[in-house]
Write a protein that binds this ligand. Structure first.
Ligand code: COA
Length: 333
C-alpha cells in the first residue's frame, strides 16, 4: 500500500475584487451586516465572458501546484475535479481542464459534493494511489459562484456569502510511512438536501428549463441559514475528532486545522468547541468569501506560503456543506 503525499499546491483567484460596499450598490445590504455575521470583507468575481471559467481557473491553480511539485502536466495520471459550478451541465470541468493543461486521454472525474467537495476529491484520489492504480493525481477545487447567485435584494442572504476561485494539489505515491493523507472520513445526509440547494434546472422537471423557473427564482440557491449554521458547528468538530481517532492521533498533536471557509462565525464556534488556540485554525474568508470546493486548497496554498505548514506538520482539513455533506482529512506534510 502506498501513501498519497501532497507535493504541490496552488491557487488562482480572479482579478476583479467585489467589496461589501460594491454589493451595497447592487442590493439592500450593508458592509456592517455582512462583516458582523460572516467576517467577509470582499470576494472575487470571475470574468467568464473573457474565458475566466471554472476549468480555466482550476488550470491556473494546477500550473502553480505542478511547478511546486517540479512536475510537468504530462506527469499527471488522473484528474479529480471538485466543483458545484462546472461551465457545462455536462461534461464536467475535469474534462474541460485537460484542454487548458494539454493532457487529453487520462481519466478525469468530477466530484459534486459542494462545500465538502475538496475532502471527497482528496479522499477519492488517495484511494486510487493507495491501491497502486495511479502515481500522480491532480486534485482541483474550483468555483464560479458569481454567475449563479441572485445579486438582487431577494437573494441577499445567500449572495453576500459566496466568491469565485480555484485551488489545486498534486498528490504522488510514496512508500514513506506516516506521510501524506493519513485518514479521511466522509459523510452525507440527504434528508437535509433542501436546506441548501439549487432546485432548477434539473432532470426532475419537463421541460428541463422554463421561464417560470427564472421568474420564481428557483434557479438560485436557497438556504435555511440558521439551520445550516446549527448543523455545521456540530458536524465540524465531530468529524475532526472522528478522523483523528481513526488515525490514532489527538487534537493537541495537530499543528493547523484548515476548515472550509463557510463563515467566520462558524469557524469561531468550531475553534471554541474544540478549545483550540486561534492561531491553530486558519482563516482567510475575509478576502474570498465562501469559495465552496476551492476554499480548502486556496487556504492550504496560503498557509504553505506563510510557513504555517512545513515538513512534518500535522494538518487537518474539514468541511461541511450542502447535501448535507461533511468530512475531514488528516495529512502529515
Ligand atoms: N444584508 C442585510 N440584511 C440581510 C441580509 C443581507 N445580506 N440577509 C438577510 N438579511 C436580513 C434578513 O432578512 C433578516 O431580516 P428580518 O429580521 O427583518 O427578517 C435579518 O437580516 C436576519 O436574518 P437571519 O437570516 O436571521 O440572519 P442570521 O443571523 O441567521 O445570519 C447567515 C444569516 C446566513 C449569515 C447565517 O445564518 C449563517 O451564517 N448561516 C450559515 C450559512 C453558511 O455558512 N452557508 C454555507 C455553508 S457551507
Amino acid at each position: 500500500m502506498y501513501n498519497s503525499k501532497i507535493v504541490g499546491v496552488g491557487r488562482y483567484v480572479p482579478k476583479r475584487v467585489v467589496t461589501n460596499f460594491d454589493l451595497e450598490k447592487m442590493m439592500d445590504t450593508s458592509d456592517t451586516w455582512i462583516r458582523e455575521r460572516t467576517g467577509i470583507v470582499e470576494r472575487h468575481f470571475a470574468d467568464v465572458e473573457n474565458g475566466e471559467t471554472t476549468s480555466f481557473m482550476g488550470a491556473e491553480a494546477a500550473k502553480q501546484a505542478l511547478k511546486m511539485a517540479g512536475m510537468q502536466a504530462g506527469d499527471i495520471d488522473f484528474i479529480v475535479f471538485a466543483t458545484l459550478s462546472p461551465e457545462y451541465f455536462f461534461p464536467g470541468s475535469g474534462c474541460a481542464i485537460q484542454v487548458h493543461l494539454g493532457i487529453p486521454g487520462i481519466g478525469a472525474l468530477d466530484i459534486r459534493n459542494q462545500c465538502t467537495g475538496f475532502i471527497y476529491a482528496l479522499s477519492t484520489a488517495d484511494q486510487f494511489i493507495k491501491t497502486g492504480m495511479y502515481k500522480n493525481i491532480l486534485v482541483v477545487g474550483a468555483e464560479v459562484q458569481s454567475t449563479g447567485i441572485d445579486l438582487s435584494t431577494a437573494g441577499r442572504d445567500v449572495a453576500v456569502l459566496f466568491g469565485d476561485g480555484a485551488g489545486a494539489v498534486v498528490l504522488t505515491a510514496t512508500e514513506e510511512k506516516d506521510k501524506g493523507v493519513i485518514a479521511s472520513r466522509l459523510h452525507a445526509d440527504g434528508n437535509f438536501m433542501d436546506s441548501l440547494a439549487v432546485e432548477n434546472p434539473g432532470s426532475g422537471t419537463r421541460p428541463f428549463v422554463n421561464k417560470e423557473m427564472i421568474d420564481n427564482r428557483s434557479i438560485y440557491p436557497k438556504m435555511n441559514g440558521r439551520y445550516v449554521f446549527k448543523h455545521a458547528v456540530t458536524r465540524f468538530p465531530e468529524v475532526i475528532l472522528e478522523t483523528l481517532a481513526a488515525a490514532g492521533h489527538s487534537l493537541n498533536e495537530v499543528d493547523l486545522v484548515i476548515p472550509h471557509q463557510a463563515n467566520e462565525r462558524i469557524t469561531e464556534a468550531v475553534q471554541m468547541r474544540l478549545e483550540l488556540p486561534r492561531e491553530k485554525v486558519f482563516r482567510n474568508i475575509h478576502k474570498y468569501g465562501n469559495t465552496t470546493a476551492a476554499s480548502i486548497p486556496i487556504a492550504l496554498s496560503e498557509a504553505v506560503e506563510q510557513g504555517l505548514v512545513k515538513d512534518g506538520s500535522l494538518v487537518c482539513f474539514a468541511a461541511f456543506g450542502s447535501g448535507f455533506t461533511w468530512g475531514a482529512s488528516l495529512v502529515r506534510w
